[in-house]
Design a protein around this ligand. Structure first.
Ligand code: NAD
Length: 294
């Protein structure tokens, strides 16, 4: 979407960190902004920040795990600004730990917010954008944890890999409607993600005291992370350029290369495998045919 001025962005998890940084960048570029967040106090503070910068913005309380809440928030956004052109499915939380310590409720919480929240945001807004007929753009926040899987972060990693996968698929589905899809994969960014237990809904139970060494190390990485405002600016560039993958930490390339090298070595072993020799099978090469809508 080359022309963003005068258009409207809807950002989940918009009251803090990366979401707020996108709001500032979009607002500076002349967009209207809707912050959708579960935390009303953070919304108030974030809105004051945007208004002080002369950015046209409203805040709506929204829990991304609830379809009704997302639909309500969409209605409020449209009532205020008429249309929504850019949707950032960005709200996210973290939990992890040793296999025997991650509780079912931790898995549920992380999957519901990080994965299903992105599904709900896409399913609510894609029909709205189609109806508007002006194209649009989705930015789904994954992570470098959607590209490589550090041990101890499995619930988080699983949801972020899923966000990458869904974004790749939806991009193909939505392209004919002139709706772009990007997947944002940052490394460490200086936000409050290490305190995400503050946004944990009561139905998922109390956040447990995390293993101190693990939590401490993660917090230190985050607190020494990239300035979030850099991420907002990078996202704006990528929306204008309709980029699929958005990276903000180019120095993390070796971690991805190492993973892909391991995958390529596994293909080499398959090519040389006695078990597979002479099967005569050949796979279809154009997998996009599966979901192509004529
Ligand atoms: N900070 C990092 O190092 C980093 C790195 C890679 C990816 N990310 C991803 O970036 C996204 C934004 O996180 P952040 O780092 O800005 O953290 P943050 O904690 O500063 O901001 C997250 C925001 O999401 C909101 N939120 C949480 N649960 C919600 C829900 N159910 N419904 C609506 N809003 C909800 C919180 O209230 C908060 O305002 C997340 O998806 C996170 O996984 C962060």
């Amino acid at each position: 979407m080359k022309q963003v001025e005068g258009r409207t962005a809807f950002i989940t998890g918009g009251a803090s960190g990366i979401g707020l940084s996108m709001a500032r960048s979009f607002g500076r570029a002349g967009m209207n902004v809707v912050l959708a967040d579960i935390d009303p106090d953070a919304l108030e503070t974030a809105l004051a920040d945007l208004h002080q910068r002369q950015i046209k913005a409203i805040g709506v309380e929204c829990d991304v795990v609830s379809r009704e809440s997302m639909q309500e928030a969409a209605k409020k956004a449209i009532a205020e600004f008429g249309k929504v052109h850019v949707v950032c499915n960005n709200a996210g939380v973290g939990a992890g730990g040793p296999i025997e310590e991650v509780r079912p409720s931790d898995w549920d919480w992380v999957i519901d917010v990080n994965l299903k929240g992105v599904v709900i945001g896409t399913e609510v807004f894609a029909p709205i954008m189609r109806e508007q007929g002006e194209g649009g753009h989705f930015v789904n926040t994954a992570s470098m944890a959607g590209m490589v899987s550090p041990p101890g972060m499995e619930p988080y990693n699983a949801t972020k890999f899923a966000v990458v996968a869904m974004s790749e698929g939806w991009r193909g589905q939505l392209e004919p409607l002139d709706i772009g899809v990007s997947v944002l994969c940052p490394g460490f960014v200086k936000t409050r993600i290490h305190e995400s237990g503050r946004a944990r809904q009561s139905e998922y139970g109390e956040a447990v005291e995390e293993n101190e060494a693990v939590a401490g190390a993660a917090a230190e990485f985050v607190l020494n992370g990239l300035d979030p405002d850099r991420v907002g600016e990078r996202v704006l560039e990528a929306v204008r350029g309709n980029e699929l993958y958005i990276f903000t930490h180019p120095d993390m390339r070796p971690a991805v290369e190492m993973r892909f090298a391991g995958i390529m070595e596994a293909f080499d072993r398959a090519e040389q495998s006695d078990a597979l020799k002479g099967s005569g099978y050949s796979s279809p090469q154009d997998l996009t045919a599966i979901g192509r809508q004529e």
